[in-house]
Ligand binder design. Structure first.
Ligand code: TXA
Ligand code: MG
Length: 317
């Protein structure tokens, strides 16, 4: 098991030595290592069992630092950065040579983000290298939103998880790239399309392709529990096969099933609350003794799109 505390100086010591540390962010917990150290980057891929074609996001605490890692910041990227960083936004920008091909899986663009978490921002201000940090889960499994989640799955492989409490947003950052200068969403996430469009106008969404993912977070199957998982448009009527199912519902329980087998993402119908609860509830159902998980889609607006996106990938096989 890893040590769980909030000692950023210990974290810095481990990171300086090329080791990995679990770090809190407002979206999900990350498995962090020195992005400028090839051996640290390799050990991130190994620790997560992550395929090498799935590139990493680098994290820093200032735009000035980011300028050391990217060749240019297009005007619209700059506006997004100014408005939403620190926050649940990742930008794809042309990388400088100092960023290794291992980090970007050979792509020309590097994914960068300034996360909005006080402890991690403090840690980032102490170090003079960026942190490469994918979500701190084994590849393909549910993302962690607490230090305990990280410890439960990667605790044997790392020495320290910084405890920054429960992740506030609960769903990964929205990734935006600029192919041919046109702002494009590569992954739906914690910053809603509506919020982005309010600032920069209409934005397109990259069509999902599982055979040739431009952004492997777009892999069709991802974020998946180990139990049988079904995503339904309309809720099932009572049937014996569902008598021991666990239900992940939006805002209302069903009368025909045991109330204790039903979890509500937000009883008040709040999509921010639903996003915050999504992964921890999915994990709770996956480790409970229900024999399958049945989830309901949430309204397809605001953060609801990102929630539905994760549920669809969890259901894909
Ligand atoms: O909220 C987040 O973004 C969290 C926290 C820890 O910051 N991180 C996260 O990392 O979700 P990860 O590795 O689980 O997902 C990163 C996604 C991957 O799907 C990857 O393919 C995509 O970002 N990505 C990274 N670099 C890319 C690049 N150069 N071009 C396209 N996609 C990229
Ligand atoms: Mg991930």
């Amino acid at each position: 098991m890893a040590v769980i505390n909030n000692n950023i100086y210990h974290a810095k010591e481990l990171l300086d030595a090329g080791e990995l540390v679990g770090i809190p962010t407002e979206t999900v917990y990350g498995l962090a290592g020195n992005a400028l150290s090839e051996s640290a980057v390799i050990s991130i891929f190994e620790t997560k069992n992550r395929p090498s074609f799935d590139p990493l996001i680098i994290h820093t605490n200032s735009l000035d630092k980011i300028k050391n890692y990217v060749l240019e910041i297009p005007e619209q990227a700059y506006r997004l950065a100014q408005e939403f960083w620190p926050g649940p936004l990742t930008l794809l920008l042309p990388k400088r040579k100092i960023i290794s091909d291992l980090v970007t899986s050979g792509l020309e663009q590097v994914a960068v983000r300034i996360p909005n978490h006080p402890l991690t921002l403090q840690l980032l201000s102490l170090i003079d290298y960026p942190l490469a940090a994918p979500s701190a889960n084994p590849f393909g499994y549910i993302s962690p939103t607490s230090a305990k989640h990280v410890d439960a799955q990667l605790g044997k492989k790392i020495k320290l998880v910084l405890d920054g409490g429960e992740a506030n947003v609960g769903i990964e950052s929205t990734i935006i790239g600029f192919p041919n200068g046109k702002p494009t969403i590569y992954r739906l996430g914690g910053l809603s399309i509506e919020t982005i469009e309010n600032l920069i106008g209409p934005i397109s969404i990259m069509a999902i392709s599982s055979s040739n993912p431009v952004s492997p977070g777009m892999l069709k199957s991802h974020y998946a529990p180990s139990k049988r998982f079904e995503l339904v448009d309309s809720l099932p009527k009572y049937a014996d096969e569902y008598s021991n199912a666990g239900f992940l519902l939006f805002d209302k329980k069903m009368d025909c099933f045991l109330p204790e087998n039903q979890m509500l993402l937000s009883s008040s119908g709040n999509l921010h609350e639903a996003a915050k609860n999504l992964f921890s509830f999915l994990r709770a159902l996956d480790t409970s003794n229900v024999d399958r998980i049945v989830a309901q889609k949430v309204p397809q607006i605001g953060l609801g799109r990102a929630i539905n996106d994760r549920l669809e990938r969890a259901a894909a096989k």
